[in-house]
Design a binder for this molecule. Structure first.
Ligand SMILES: [Zn+2]
Length: 180
């Protein structure tokens, strides 16, 4: 049974915690049949691990908020979190090529409605906290640390409480990308 890598589950949980009301329509992780035909991180590997996550850009917050979240993830990767392989959003891609500097994304889907994060094999079983800039500064780790379970049940989303393992959300991004 396919499952999202631990790093992907953790990152999605952190975003869910910050934006519990966010629109999940364009969320996705496992590839559909179009993906299966080609190389994509949305396809499960031979052990069933999927190393890609799509997050709907509508966070039910200010429009610019999605850019801000993506920037935090990009900076986290640049700071040395090697679990993140590349990020695509709004016609741009950032990866270790050019040291996480944004460059134009030339894929079919420009990724305006969701952002895509691909993970390395280092994230398969490593679900530790992503050090997204600002999380520590406002003290939300300390403040919310003991209430994680409560937050999840209050949200009422089985997708979150099960870690997303039971539900297949097909990725809509059509991103297949080869990074040598
Ligand atoms: Zn994707």
């Amino acid at each position: 049974m396919p499952k999202l890598c631990k790093a992907g589950q953790q990152l999605r949980e952190q975003i869910d915690d910050d934006y519990p009301e966010r629109d999940r329509t364009s969320d996705g992780w496992i590839g559909d049949t179009r993906h299966s035909a080609r190389k994509s991180d949305h396809n499960p590997d031979k052990n069933g691990i999927v190393r890609a996550l799509d997050i709907d850009a509508d966070l039910k917050a200010h429009k610019e908020e999605a850019h801000s979240v993506v920037e935090k993830i990009r900076k986290c990767a640049k700071k040395g979190d090697k679990r993140i392989k590349y990020i695509i959003f709004d016609g741009r891609i950032a990866s270790p090529i050019l040291n996480w500097k944004w460059r134009k994304y030339k894929g079919i889907n420009p990724h305006r409605h969701h952002f895509h994060i691909s993970f390395t094999t280092l994230g398969d079983n490593d679900g530790k906290w992503f050090d997204l800039e600002g999380d520590k500064q406002n003290g939300r780790i300390e403040k919310d640390g003991g209430n994680v379970g409560e937050n999840i049940s209050r949200d009422g989303s089985s997708d979150i409480s099960s870690g997303g393992l039971g539900s297949r959300r097909y990725c809509k991004c059509g991103s297949s990308i080869s990074l040598a």
